[in-house]
Design a protein around this ligand. Structure first.
Ligand SMILES: Cc1cc2nc3c(=O)[nH]c(=O)nc-3n(C[C@H](O)[C@H](O)[C@H](O)COP(=O)(O)OP(=O)(O)OC[C@H]3O[C@@H](n4cnc5c(N)ncnc54)[C@H](O)[C@@H]3O)c2cc1C
Length: 434
């Protein structure tokens, strides 16, 4: 297979890092990116300030490649926005990789050459193929390995508490957004100013939106915020605060808590959305599966997490956890039903392998539906995965990562029952599932 490239899907932070590691290993990486620029997904939330410092957002192999080109590393302790991350790091990195990154090209299928997923005969001897769509047509690229770093940004979870769109959700699409708006943009501001807005979800994106809307409510009379969440509002819903080992992440939770305490936000907790229907005044009313109704709202911002898009991987043999849709050996390490303090047991190629040799899901996508992914995790994943592809088993097995904890045992994940938060045992070995 040596003559074929390692195809990397996605020129986000983790895909580009994979290419940098592959180059150092003497492999031939080819990054296929659907967008027109590096970090296409990151740019979509470019107005959001990260809770990671620059030092935690730069992959070591990428830094080495950039250093050769005279790149000046940003101040390690500063916190960039998504736009800064893309402009000051991802774009130069893609430029350093040159023709090894192809933009405007979408991977629409991956297969074993000439074999659908059912066929065993001769499978191991065949390379992989990546089917790619561009503005000028379709092509098939033969690959020795495929590293899928395509993220989950483009497939947000719907509003419905059962994981399917709520009744009326599709029809109300013009009033439902799936990302925290940039309220410094006059268009976004005028969309929400003076309106009653439901923010649905309880992760970091929801907390970011709450803080933004609470500020808007202070400045624009008539703006009201209703926070709709599945969990009860307990101590941990705002994250670990000062105990968070990422101080900016902890501070975000504290700011959200203050916004709620200051009365800018009314909460509707323990609410699993079943329907989103317009009332007689054409405002949206959310109704839970238990029959509770929200007050009528003008806008809904649904921030209920993401899920991996797996349809174009249907012809390869993946081994995914039935709950999280993450690689089956990684899933127990990140399952928010068991432990979610942000600590991830270091992992690499062994945990990310599938029955289909040479295929790896990495980065945000490797977490499936689990929250709290950090770029640092992805950088370590691709260091190990590229070592494995290059045949360096010792380096692939070596673990070189320590991740900061959220400071919350069981609080940052998907817990619904406050009791579960007490004895989830997230910071120790994974405890028994409740
Ligand atoms: C609002 C927000 C704030 C965050 N803050 C932090 C933080 O502070 N610290 C941190 O470590 N992490 C943070 N994250 C998590 C962050 O998303 C990841 O760390 C990082 O972006 C993951 O990189 P990735 O390369 O796995 O995926 P992505 O950044 O999503 O990149 C995937 C790329 O693949 C491309 N793509 C998708 N499908 C295809 C296809 N079929 N063919 C070709 N290309 C495709 C996309 O266009 C995109 O460019 C945050 C996430 C969000 C949403």
């Amino acid at each position: 297979m040596d003559g074929y490239p390692v195809v990397v899907v996605g020129a986000g932070p983790v895909g580009l890092a994979a290419a940098a590691h592959a180059l150092e290993r003497g492999l031939d990486p080819l990054v296929i990116e659907a967008g027109s620029e590096a970090g296409a997904s990151v740019r979509e939330w470019g107005h959001v300030r990260l809770f990671s410092r620059w030092a935690e957002l730069i992959d070591p192999a990428a830094a080495r490649l950039l250093a050769e080109r005279g790149w000046r590393e940003p101040e390690p302790d500063a916190y960039p926005t998504g736009a800064d991350w893309a402009e000051q790091y991802l774009s130069p990195l893609a430029a350093a990789l040159g023709e090894r990154v192809r933009f405007g090209a979408r991977v629409v299928g991956v297969a074993r050459r000439g074999r659908d997923r059912v066929i065993d005969a001769g499978r191991e001897a065949e390379p992989l193929t990546a089917h790619v769509e561009t503005a000028t047509g379709q092509e098939r690229i033969t690959a020795r390995a495929v590293i899928d770093a395509s993220g989950t940004w483009a497939s947000p979870n719907p509003l419905g508490g059962d994981g399917l769109p709520a009744d009326g959700e599709r029809a109300a699409r013009d009033r439902i957004s799936y990302q925290a708006p940039d309220l410094s943009d006059p268009r976004a501001r005028s969309r929400y100013a003076g309106k009653r807005i439901a923010v649905v979800g309880s992760g970091h994106s929801a907390l970011t939106a709450l803080v933004g809307f609470a500020e808007l409510a202070e400045q624009e009379p008539g703006t009201e915020v209703v926070w709709v969440l599945r969990r009860e509002v307990g101590d941990h819903v705002f994250g670990g605060g000062e105990a968070d080992q990422l101080p900016a992440r902890g501070a975000l939770g504290l700011r959200a808590e203050r916004a709620v305490e200051a009365g800018h936000v009314r909460t509707l907790a323990g609410f699993r959305t079943a329907t989103a229907q317009a009332d007689a005044d054409d405002r949206l009313v959310l109704e839970s599966f238990e029959g509770t109704k929200s007050v009528p709202v003008d806008e809904v911002v649904a921030l209920t997490g993401f899920r991996p898009e797996l349809s174009w991987l249907s012809e390869i043999r993946l081994e995914l956890d039935p709950v999280l849709q993450a690689p089956v050996r990684l899933a127990p390490l990140i399952d928010p039903n068991v432990h979610s303090c942000g600590t991830v047991y270091p992992h690499g190629a062994a945990e990310l392998a599938h029955p289909e040799d040479g295929v790896f899901l990495v980065g945000m996508k490797s977490y499936g539906r689990a929250p709290t992914f950090l770029a640092m995790t992805g950088y370590e994943q691709v260091r190990s995965v590229t070592a494995a592809i290059a045949g360096d088993a010792e380096a692939a097995e070596r673990v070189e990562l320590h991740l900061p904890e959220t400071g919350v045992c069981g609080g940052a994940g998907l817990f619904d029952e406050p009791a579960a938060e007490q004895d989830g045992g997230c910071c120790g070995a994974p405890g028994a599932e409740r």
